[in-house]
Design a protein around this ligand. Structure first.
Ligand code: CMP
Length: 140
């Protein structure tokens, strides 16, 4: 069943000029971009996006990092896209991510981990709507 998920190429990966490599890997895995935009989040936009993590000790530093430079936000579509994107990203901590996964290749540590992906269908709906009105998501 075709599904949508939200991906973010984080400030660390944009700074390393890894945008092209990451999108190439999405396409190679059959995860097709159906919406895409580059933007710089304000601190409060990052706080709203990560609101579920508000009580975590790393919340302030995570949202400061996410607002520290431009990011690329994408909606990816494909069969089982949420789970397959998470497999492609690898574990949250790049040191624990399987070799060849996006975080193993491009991440630095558990905070500067190159990419974000929705973790469930409900989260994907919220996260896609956070950045894209429905009319900006195309059919392919
Ligand atoms: P992400 O998939 O974007 O979801 C939440 C983010 O919080 C996560 O990737 C990491 O960047 C960050 N994060 C998760 N756990 C920690 C942690 N223990 N310390 C610092 N940052 C974390």
């Amino acid at each position: 069943m075709s599904e949508r998920t939200l991906a973010i190429i984080k400030p660390d990966a944009v700074k390393k000029d890894a945008i092209g490599d990451i999108i190439k890997r999405y396409e190679g895995a059959g995860l097709r971009p159906v919406a895409m935009r580059m933007l710089r989040m304000s601190k409060s936009t990052a706080e709203g996006f990560y609101a579920v993590h508000r009580a975590r000790p790393f919340f302030d530093s995570l949202t400061t990092f996410m607002a520290s430079g431009p990011v690329v936000v994408l909606v990816l579509a494909g069969d089982n896209a949420i789970k397959r994107h998470r497999e492609l990203m690898g574990a949250t901590d790049p040191a624990k991510a399987d070799p060849g996964t996006l975080r193993a290749v491009h991440g630095t540590n558990i905070e500067f981990n190159a990419v974000h992906g929705s973790d469930s269908a409900d989260t994907a709906r919220f996260e896609i709507g956070y950045f894209f009105p429905e009319m900006d998501v195309v059919a392919r």
